[in-house]
Design a protein around this ligand. Sequence first.
Ligand code: FAD
Length: 356
Amino acid sequence: MNIGIAGAGLSGRLLAFALASQGHQVSVFDPAPSMYSPVAAGWTAAGMLSPVAELESGDDNVFQLGVRSLALWAHIVPRLQQEVELHFNGSLLVAHRGDEGAAERLVSLLKAKAPQQEQPQSLSRSDLNSMEPAIQGPSHTWLLANEGQIHTVQAMRALAESAPNVQWHWSQPVTSLTPHTIHTSTSSHTFDWVFDTRGVGARDKAIHDASLLACQNVRGVRGEIFWVKAPGVKLNRPVRLLHPRYRVYIVPRAPDIIVVGASEIESEDRSAVSVRTTVELLAAAHSILPEMAEGRIIHTDVNLRPALVDNFPRIETEDGLTRINGLFRHGWLIAPAVIENALKSVFSSDYSLSQA
Ligand SMILES: Cc1cc2nc3c(=O)[nH]c(=O)nc-3n(C[C@H](O)[C@H](O)[C@H](O)COP(=O)(O)OP(=O)(O)OC[C@H]3O[C@@H](n4cnc5c(N)ncnc54)[C@H](O)[C@@H]3O)c2cc1C
């Protein structure tokens, strides 16, 4: 098939990789100036793959999409032409003495929502010490044994570079799309099928306009993130600090980088990180990882998570056009399974992304 994709973010790149690997002719349109311009939210994300921890805000559907996606990432990453860090060493939830009330409420919620084999396991101080000697200070720790993380920057590059014979149209924002057709400001292109994966860019009218489809009624949720270069600080898995006022996570990333994130603010403001977020997130991260004090903040980033009214993902298919949106704060966790479901809706119910 001859396929057009609007948007070269996480969903667009995964689709392009899957479809081009299966021999389809694929063209992708995006306003970013090049394949390596970090415009999409996919570049900014920390890359936590946390089906259980995300049950705090997600439902069983998000959980199931996450579990399926972990298996799909394990299939996709070895097929990419460049190395992409992907680890499944579990993740930790930690809380300081005095914050156990809020922490235990969250852990009880996760226990109620997660199946038996995915339950959070309480760890002793000596367990924590042997797993993560650099972590100091928390009095309570739980292990989520089957969680993981992916290096999002490596994966964004590798997905695009590994998709064979794709025609990339950079600096070409899609102005509108209809079944079988993508319009830019200078031309119209006809395809057998069109996919809309523009994230926040899929909304071309005022939010909540009655004529918008669910996938277009998208809002951006601001997230701020920090990269700290901290040679010698060894962390083996992502760690979330459960705090009554904010959520902070720390994700190790090669080479010698610790990603600290992320604020979640109901705003489409893309301006630089705020003093408040900097102080709160870095102070909280330092309170459990004191060795990072001498690290260097080498990068800060701000982006918008694409969220629909109910904060859940959605696929809308009509003849010649499929819209995918609302991946919100768990895009890396659920994208492979969401893309697989979108392709089932186009090809057949037994389509599998592991054929790619
Ligand atoms: C700070 C932060 C931390 C996060 N951490 C995690 C995490 O740890 N784990 C996790 O699972 N998820 C995380 N996420 C969420 C994840 O990044 C998103 O869910 C995911 O990127 C959404 O993918 P998408 O393809 O729908 O949108 P995007 O990745 O934003 O891609 C949208 C693409 O559409 C393009 N576009 C926009 N307008 C147009 C137009 N008019 N024409 C053509 N193209 C257009 C954009 O340029 C972009 O390339 C995080 C997000 C943020 C911001």
